[in-house]
Design a protein around this ligand. Sequence first.
Ligand SMILES: Nc1ncnc2c1ncn2[C@@H]1O[C@H](COP(=O)(O)OP(=O)(O)OP(=O)(O)O)[C@@H](O)[C@H]1O
Ligand SMILES: [Mg+2]
Length: 264
Amino acid sequence: MIEINDLVKIFHPGSINEVLALSKINLKVRKGDFITIIGSNGAGKSTLLNCLAGSYSINSGFILIDEEDVSNWPEYKRANQISRVFQDPLLGTCGTLSIEQNLALANRRGKSHGLKRGVKRKDRELFRKQLSLLDLGLENRLKDKVGLLSGGQRQALTLLMATLIKPKILLLDEHTAALDPKTALQVLKLTQQFVDTLHLTALMVTHNMHQALQFGNRLIMLHGGRVILDVSGNEKKRMTVDDLLEQFYKVRGEEFISDRMLLV
Ligand SMILES: Nc1ncnc2c1ncn2[C@@H]1O[C@H](COP(=O)(O)OP(=O)(O)OP(=O)(O)O)[C@@H](O)[C@H]1O
Ligand SMILES: [Mg+2]
């Protein structure tokens, strides 16, 4: 579904601040893949997602989505196919609008007509049904302002909004990093549930190696803008955190492991 070929991203090329963020990345993502992405700070994880989404232009290489070259497509054009959830729970939702108004906005994604006031009864029923899947009681709080919700509830709602109109690709950049461990796990389980039931193709960046192993069917490790590990299926299932650490040691030595990455 996604084919990334020799992708290079350089920030501030030619200046003293030049950064080679992605160095000839090659990656083929199959439809239905749920890929977890790990790597140290500055490895290029967010840059990779930003290049896929079109937020960053690329310096060389190309990106195909369903065999179409989207390398030069602007972000808004790719947004019809790609949904994103970020680390900050405030980014994906509008706090001053109600839960149902937020969902109504998400329900208009990719449609050309403008924002109309009010939420249709038919839509409200759909929203109630979808919200009940989250199992957080939000289906009874349709008129509540989103600003009243906890970070976890808000992130779960963001996830629902990102998938309300099924995207071809779901990109998650540390979307549970700002949540407490229990809530983070709840949102991660919801993520897996959405990916499974909607048969989504998803890429999820995480700093947590346990989670990277627990979720998804494939794991890639980035380092210095390169893919240094790519495991899937049973090979991934058999992997342990120790195995992942061993890979890290191989590339950089012990000082390379940041405390953050070891958080359980
Ligand atoms: N907009 C930008 N302008 C300049 N340099 C950038 C920009 N975004 C990222 N970089 C640089 O590119 C490299 C890769 O950054 P990126 O944000 O992709 O890392 P990451 O793997 O997501 O790290 P983290 O775990 O800290 O989120 C880093 O050296 C970073 O400083
Ligand atoms: Mg990042």
